[in-house]
Design a binder for this molecule. Structure first.
Ligand SMILES: Cc1cc2nc3c(=O)[nH]c(=O)nc-3n(C[C@H](O)[C@H](O)[C@H](O)COP(=O)(O)OP(=O)(O)OC[C@H]3O[C@@H](n4cnc5c(N)ncnc54)[C@H](O)[C@@H]3O)c2cc1C
Length: 375
């Protein structure tokens, strides 16, 4: 089976790798694989978050991905021959005031519901675990079985693993989709035409904009900009840390090389991908509030990316109204976290035509009422 995947972020690359492992002849098309949101993401892998409140099917999918992560990361690392920066170093949530502590209560409630291991902490416990954090914590919570992954290392690993499994990567833009033929085809920016038995669209917030799509086949994927800064130096944190104070939040993800990724802004500013001074200043202010020594760290860079947001905030997976055109997008704030579960579900859908049970609530067919079925 010939499979073309348009878009080589974490979602497209992982899906391609899993399809290649199942014997498909896979080609990923992307001028800049791993270069967009998947390059910028902090890579936090928390067991729960506010967006899962009241969405048990979504929570189940996230927890399923969490359960897959250790073996997924090990398998990518082994196939690629390079580490992928997967850390189960514990997620430490610190609330610096009563309002932020209410947020921790919600997380605690979810952890109870989901059967996730955690420990509530006193201010002294927080200080003992992370001596460089500002001291006057109100309360804290440690989820010892969770952590983060370095998404850049992951996309590098997935690219190598895909090659190892016999897949191809074409560093060109999909200039036009040709869907008025028996089987789908893609015209590359260099002029070549590639034919497929299955076409997977995984182009993040550009998915619905791909030229040649019939009206209504792909719902609008809205970009939500996020900026992240990177700091380097002797001051470090050992856990993946999330802090809340005065209705503000900041997280710090330590990498295996000692770098700290600090995020993130959340902006509704269209397709602007520039790092803005205002965003950097805001993140520096937030991180200095909770990690005062950050001021003396080396500024290693800043990045901006676009989270792909679907109309209902949930991923969009599987076949569209055309069985041979599938979607893998809309992962919004949790694309890195959902990479193992998405890749598994998409490979199943590509090969068998059906998503596995756990992924069905995210089927692209839920938008079918707004999608005209082609004659
Ligand atoms: C600041 C920030 C922090 C984040 N933090 C986290 C986090 O801690 N945890 C988490 O789970 N998620 C996080 N996310 C979300 C996560 O990054 C995304 O959900 C995920 O990267 C989406 O992956 P993707 O492969 O769908 O999209 P992308 O990474 O955007 O990949 C889409 C690809 O499509 C390609 N493309 C576009 N048009 C074409 C075309 N015409 N032809 C060929 N290719 C094309 C692009 O070049 C790109 O490589 C964060 C995002 C941001 C911005």
């Amino acid at each position: 089976m010939r499979v073309i995947i348009v878009g080589g972020g974490v979602i497209g690359l992982a899906t391609a790798w899993r399809c290649a492992q199942r014997g498909a002849d896979v080609t990923v098309i992307d001028p800049e694989p791993g270069g967009k949101a998947s390059h910028v993401a902090a890579g936090l892998l928390p067991p729960s978050g506010d967006m899962l409140i009241g969405q048990p099917d979504f929570a189940r999918f996230v927890l399923h991905s969490r359960a897959l992560y250790p073996s997924f990361a090990a398998e990518v690392a082994q196939a690629a021959g390079t580490p992928v920066g997967f850390l189960r170093n514990g997620i430490l949530d610190v609330a610096y005031d009563a309002r932020a502590a209410e947020g921790l209560d919600r997380l605690r409630q979810m952890a109870d519901d989901f059967g996730v291991r955690y420990r509530m902490l006193t201010p002294d416990d927080c200080h003992r675990l992370e001596p460089h954090l500002a001291a006057e914590a109100h309360t804290g919570m440690l989820s010892p079985d969770d952590g983060s992954i370095d998404p850049r290392a992951l996309t590098r690993g997935l690219t190598a693993a895909l090659r190892h499994a016999g897949g191809h990567l074409v560093r060109e833009r999909a200039a036009r989709l040709l869907l008025d033929t028996d089987t789908p085809a893609v015209r590359l920016s260099g002029g070549a035409l590639l034919h497929a038995d299955r076409l997977v669209l995984a182009a993040g917030p550009w998915t619905h904009l791909l030229p040649g799509l019939p009206d209504g086949l792909v719902p609008e994927i809205k970009p939500y900009k996020g900026q992240v800064i990177r700091l380097h130096g002797d001051t470090s944190v050992h856990h993946t840390v999330r802090c809340g104070y005065e209705d503000r939040a900041v997280y710090i993800a330590p990498r295996t090389d000692g770098e700290l990724a600090v995020g993130a802004t959340y902006e509704d500013t269209g397709y602007d991908e520039h790092v803005r001074a205002e965003g950097v200043a805001d993140l520096l202010e937030r991180v200095r509030r909770v990690l005062p020594a950050a001021s003396r760290m080396r500024f290693a860079g800043a990045d901006a990316g676009l989270r792909p947001g679907s109309p209902d905030g949930r991923p969009i997976l599987g076949p569209t109204s055309r069985d041979d055109v599938l979607l893998a997008t809309g992962h919004h704030r949790v694309g890195v976290q959902l990479t193992p579960a998405t890749a598994e579900a998409m490979a199943e859908a590509v090969v068998t035509g059906r998503l596995p049970q756990i992924a069905r609530p995210f089927g692209a067919d839920r938008f079918a009422s707004t999608v005209p079925t082609p004659a």
